[in-house]
Design a protein around this ligand. Structure first.
Ligand code: 13P
Length: 243
Protein backbone atom coordinates (compact mmCIF):
# COMPACT_ATOMS: atom_id res chain seq x y z
CA UNK A 1 0.00 0.00 0.00
CA UNK A 2 1.26 3.48 -0.86
CA UNK A 3 1.70 5.87 2.03
CA UNK A 4 -1.10 8.40 2.37
CA UNK A 5 -0.35 12.12 2.44
CA UNK A 6 -3.42 14.04 3.56
CA UNK A 7 -3.65 17.82 3.67
CA UNK A 8 -5.76 19.42 6.37
CA UNK A 9 -6.38 22.97 5.20
CA UNK A 10 -8.12 23.85 8.48
CA UNK A 11 -9.82 27.28 8.15
CA UNK A 12 -7.72 28.37 5.18
CA UNK A 13 -8.11 28.62 1.43
CA UNK A 14 -10.31 30.42 -1.06
CA UNK A 15 -12.57 29.36 -3.89
CA UNK A 16 -10.37 31.37 -6.24
CA UNK A 17 -7.36 29.24 -5.34
CA UNK A 18 -8.85 25.80 -5.98
CA UNK A 19 -8.20 25.48 -9.71
CA UNK A 20 -4.49 26.29 -9.56
CA UNK A 21 -3.90 24.09 -6.49
CA UNK A 22 -5.77 21.11 -7.90
CA UNK A 23 -4.07 21.57 -11.26
CA UNK A 24 -0.65 21.48 -9.61
CA UNK A 25 -1.49 18.23 -7.82
CA UNK A 26 -2.88 16.64 -10.96
CA UNK A 27 0.16 17.67 -13.00
CA UNK A 28 2.68 15.73 -10.91
CA UNK A 29 2.72 11.96 -10.51
CA UNK A 30 3.15 11.17 -6.82
CA UNK A 31 4.39 8.04 -5.05
CA UNK A 32 1.75 8.69 -2.36
CA UNK A 33 -2.02 8.52 -2.20
CA UNK A 34 -3.02 12.17 -1.88
CA UNK A 35 -6.04 13.46 0.02
CA UNK A 36 -7.06 17.10 0.43
CA UNK A 37 -9.41 18.17 3.23
CA UNK A 38 -10.50 21.77 2.59
CA UNK A 39 -13.22 23.79 4.37
CA UNK A 40 -16.77 22.60 3.56
CA UNK A 41 -17.63 25.29 0.97
CA UNK A 42 -14.67 24.26 -1.20
CA UNK A 43 -15.62 20.57 -1.40
CA UNK A 44 -17.77 20.81 -4.58
CA UNK A 45 -15.13 22.86 -6.41
CA UNK A 46 -12.40 20.40 -5.43
CA UNK A 47 -14.60 17.45 -6.40
CA UNK A 48 -14.91 18.92 -9.91
CA UNK A 49 -11.24 19.83 -10.07
CA UNK A 50 -10.13 16.31 -9.01
CA UNK A 51 -12.67 14.46 -11.20
CA UNK A 52 -11.03 11.65 -13.15
CA UNK A 53 -7.90 11.71 -10.95
CA UNK A 54 -7.06 9.41 -8.04
CA UNK A 55 -6.68 12.30 -5.58
CA UNK A 56 -8.95 11.87 -2.57
CA UNK A 57 -11.17 14.51 -1.03
CA UNK A 58 -12.18 14.85 2.60
CA UNK A 59 -14.04 17.11 5.01
CA UNK A 60 -12.79 18.22 8.43
CA UNK A 61 -15.81 17.29 10.55
CA UNK A 62 -19.36 15.97 10.38
CA UNK A 63 -22.33 15.72 12.74
CA UNK A 64 -23.27 12.51 14.51
CA UNK A 65 -26.85 12.70 13.24
CA UNK A 66 -27.92 12.08 9.66
CA UNK A 67 -30.01 15.27 9.51
CA UNK A 68 -31.98 17.60 11.74
CA UNK A 69 -32.03 20.83 13.71
CA UNK A 70 -28.29 21.38 14.18
CA UNK A 71 -27.56 24.88 12.95
CA UNK A 72 -24.14 25.22 11.40
CA UNK A 73 -23.35 21.52 11.38
CA UNK A 74 -22.92 19.33 8.31
CA UNK A 75 -24.20 15.79 7.78
CA UNK A 76 -21.88 13.02 6.63
CA UNK A 77 -24.33 12.07 3.87
CA UNK A 78 -24.11 15.53 2.34
CA UNK A 79 -20.31 15.43 2.49
CA UNK A 80 -20.46 12.14 0.59
CA UNK A 81 -23.00 13.53 -1.88
CA UNK A 82 -20.76 16.45 -2.89
CA UNK A 83 -17.91 14.10 -3.72
CA UNK A 84 -15.79 13.55 -0.62
CA UNK A 85 -14.70 10.08 0.50
CA UNK A 86 -12.98 10.95 3.79
CA UNK A 87 -13.65 13.00 6.91
CA UNK A 88 -11.20 14.08 9.60
CA UNK A 89 -12.76 13.50 13.04
CA UNK A 90 -11.59 14.22 16.56
CA UNK A 91 -8.88 16.69 15.56
CA UNK A 92 -7.38 18.23 18.70
CA UNK A 93 -8.51 21.68 17.53
CA UNK A 94 -12.11 20.45 17.47
CA UNK A 95 -11.69 18.59 20.75
CA UNK A 96 -10.45 21.90 22.24
CA UNK A 97 -12.56 24.52 20.39
CA UNK A 98 -15.81 22.57 20.48
CA UNK A 99 -15.33 20.46 23.60
CA UNK A 100 -15.56 17.24 21.62
CA UNK A 101 -15.21 14.27 23.95
CA UNK A 102 -14.18 10.79 22.86
CA UNK A 103 -17.87 9.81 23.00
CA UNK A 104 -18.82 12.68 20.69
CA UNK A 105 -16.07 11.67 18.28
CA UNK A 106 -17.26 8.05 18.33
CA UNK A 107 -20.77 9.21 17.40
CA UNK A 108 -19.36 11.13 14.45
CA UNK A 109 -17.29 8.14 13.35
CA UNK A 110 -20.45 6.00 13.33
CA UNK A 111 -22.25 8.62 11.22
CA UNK A 112 -19.36 8.85 8.78
CA UNK A 113 -19.24 5.08 8.35
CA UNK A 114 -23.02 4.89 7.91
CA UNK A 115 -22.72 7.47 5.11
CA UNK A 116 -19.91 5.58 3.39
CA UNK A 117 -17.10 7.94 4.35
CA UNK A 118 -13.69 6.79 5.58
CA UNK A 119 -12.98 8.52 8.90
CA UNK A 120 -9.49 9.84 9.68
CA UNK A 121 -9.59 9.81 13.48
CA UNK A 122 -7.06 12.00 15.27
CA UNK A 123 -5.46 11.20 18.61
CA UNK A 124 -2.55 12.75 20.46
CA UNK A 125 -1.29 13.90 23.82
CA UNK A 126 -0.63 17.38 25.19
CA UNK A 127 2.84 18.46 26.22
CA UNK A 128 1.91 18.16 29.90
CA UNK A 129 0.74 14.61 29.35
CA UNK A 130 3.97 13.71 27.51
CA UNK A 131 6.12 15.29 30.20
CA UNK A 132 4.22 13.27 32.79
CA UNK A 133 4.97 10.04 30.91
CA UNK A 134 1.29 9.54 30.12
CA UNK A 135 1.35 9.95 26.34
CA UNK A 136 0.74 6.33 25.38
CA UNK A 137 -1.98 5.87 28.01
CA UNK A 138 -3.75 9.02 26.83
CA UNK A 139 -3.67 7.90 23.21
CA UNK A 140 -4.81 4.36 24.09
CA UNK A 141 -7.77 5.80 25.99
CA UNK A 142 -8.65 8.02 23.03
CA UNK A 143 -8.55 5.02 20.70
CA UNK A 144 -10.67 2.87 22.99
CA UNK A 145 -13.38 5.49 23.38
CA UNK A 146 -13.27 7.34 20.03
CA UNK A 147 -13.42 4.27 17.78
CA UNK A 148 -16.75 2.39 17.70
CA UNK A 149 -16.73 -1.37 17.14
CA UNK A 150 -17.59 -0.99 13.45
CA UNK A 151 -14.59 1.30 12.85
CA UNK A 152 -12.79 0.92 9.55
CA UNK A 153 -10.69 3.88 8.47
CA UNK A 154 -7.49 5.70 9.28
CA UNK A 155 -5.90 6.93 12.51
CA UNK A 156 -3.73 10.05 12.73
CA UNK A 157 -1.29 10.46 15.62
CA UNK A 158 -0.95 14.18 16.17
CA UNK A 159 0.85 15.22 19.36
CA UNK A 160 -0.86 18.50 20.24
CA UNK A 161 2.41 20.22 21.13
CA UNK A 162 3.78 19.50 17.64
CA UNK A 163 0.87 21.06 15.74
CA UNK A 164 1.84 24.35 14.13
CA UNK A 165 4.88 24.73 16.37
CA UNK A 166 7.72 23.55 14.14
CA UNK A 167 8.53 20.94 16.80
CA UNK A 168 8.27 17.21 16.18
CA UNK A 169 8.79 14.19 18.41
CA UNK A 170 12.07 12.32 18.03
CA UNK A 171 12.09 9.42 15.57
CA UNK A 172 12.25 7.09 18.57
CA UNK A 173 9.17 8.69 20.12
CA UNK A 174 7.20 8.50 16.86
CA UNK A 175 8.24 4.87 16.44
CA UNK A 176 7.24 3.98 19.99
CA UNK A 177 3.86 5.71 19.74
CA UNK A 178 3.01 4.22 16.36
CA UNK A 179 3.91 0.76 17.70
CA UNK A 180 1.66 1.37 20.72
CA UNK A 181 -1.19 2.50 18.45
CA UNK A 182 -0.73 -0.54 16.22
CA UNK A 183 -0.85 -2.88 19.21
CA UNK A 184 -3.99 -1.15 20.53
CA UNK A 185 -5.69 -1.33 17.12
CA UNK A 186 -4.88 -5.03 16.72
CA UNK A 187 -6.29 -5.73 20.17
CA UNK A 188 -9.42 -3.66 19.57
CA UNK A 189 -10.03 -4.71 15.95
CA UNK A 190 -8.68 -8.23 15.37
CA UNK A 191 -9.78 -8.26 11.71
CA UNK A 192 -8.63 -4.82 10.54
CA UNK A 193 -6.28 -3.46 13.19
CA UNK A 194 -3.13 -4.78 11.55
CA UNK A 195 -3.76 -2.89 8.31
CA UNK A 196 -5.35 0.37 9.52
CA UNK A 197 -3.10 3.18 8.22
CA UNK A 198 -1.56 5.24 11.03
CA UNK A 199 -0.61 8.72 9.83
CA UNK A 200 1.76 11.06 11.66
CA UNK A 201 0.74 14.73 11.98
CA UNK A 202 2.37 17.78 13.55
CA UNK A 203 4.79 20.16 11.81
CA UNK A 204 5.38 17.72 8.94
CA UNK A 205 7.24 19.54 6.16
CA UNK A 206 9.48 18.76 3.20
CA UNK A 207 12.65 18.88 5.31
CA UNK A 208 11.50 16.26 7.85
CA UNK A 209 9.09 14.17 5.76
CA UNK A 210 11.71 11.72 4.53
CA UNK A 211 12.86 10.86 8.04
CA UNK A 212 9.32 10.57 9.42
CA UNK A 213 7.89 8.56 6.52
CA UNK A 214 10.78 6.08 6.78
CA UNK A 215 9.79 5.04 10.31
CA UNK A 216 8.05 1.72 10.97
CA UNK A 217 4.23 1.76 11.23
CA UNK A 218 4.04 5.26 9.74
CA UNK A 219 1.43 4.91 7.01
CA UNK A 220 1.65 8.49 5.86
CA UNK A 221 1.24 12.04 7.11
CA UNK A 222 -1.55 14.44 7.99
CA UNK A 223 -0.20 17.83 7.01
CA UNK A 224 -1.53 21.20 8.13
CA UNK A 225 0.35 24.37 7.25
CA UNK A 226 2.64 22.75 4.69
CA UNK A 227 -0.37 21.47 2.71
CA UNK A 228 -1.52 24.99 1.78
CA UNK A 229 1.09 25.40 -0.95
CA UNK A 230 0.87 22.69 -3.61
CA UNK A 231 4.65 22.62 -4.12
CA UNK A 232 5.32 22.03 -0.42
CA UNK A 233 2.63 19.38 -0.18
CA UNK A 234 4.00 17.58 -3.24
CA UNK A 235 7.52 17.81 -1.85
CA UNK A 236 6.33 15.97 1.28
CA UNK A 237 4.52 13.39 -0.85
CA UNK A 238 7.69 12.84 -2.87
CA UNK A 239 9.22 11.18 0.22
CA UNK A 240 6.45 8.60 0.44
CA UNK A 241 7.13 4.89 0.01
CA UNK A 242 5.21 1.67 -0.32
CA UNK A 243 4.53 0.09 3.08
P1 13P B 1 0.70 21.43 11.10
O1 13P B 1 1.23 20.55 9.99
O2 13P B 1 0.41 22.83 10.64
O3 13P B 1 1.54 21.34 12.32
O4 13P B 1 -0.75 20.84 11.48
C1 13P B 1 -0.87 19.47 11.71
C2 13P B 1 -2.31 19.17 11.82
O5 13P B 1 -2.97 19.54 12.77
C3 13P B 1 -2.91 18.39 10.73
O6 13P B 1 -4.19 17.97 11.06
Amino acid sequence: MRQIIAGNWKMNGTLAGVTAYAGALRAQASPATLIICPPFPLLPAFASAFAGSDIGLGAQDCHANASGAHTGDVAAGLIKEVGAAYVILGHSERRADHAESNAVVAGKVKAALAAGLAPIVCVGESETERDAGEAEDVVRTQLTHSLPEEFIGLVAYEPIWAIGTGRTPTPADITAMHAAIRAALVAQFPKTGATTPILYGGSAKPSNAGAILALPEVGGALVGGASLQAAEFLAIAASARVV
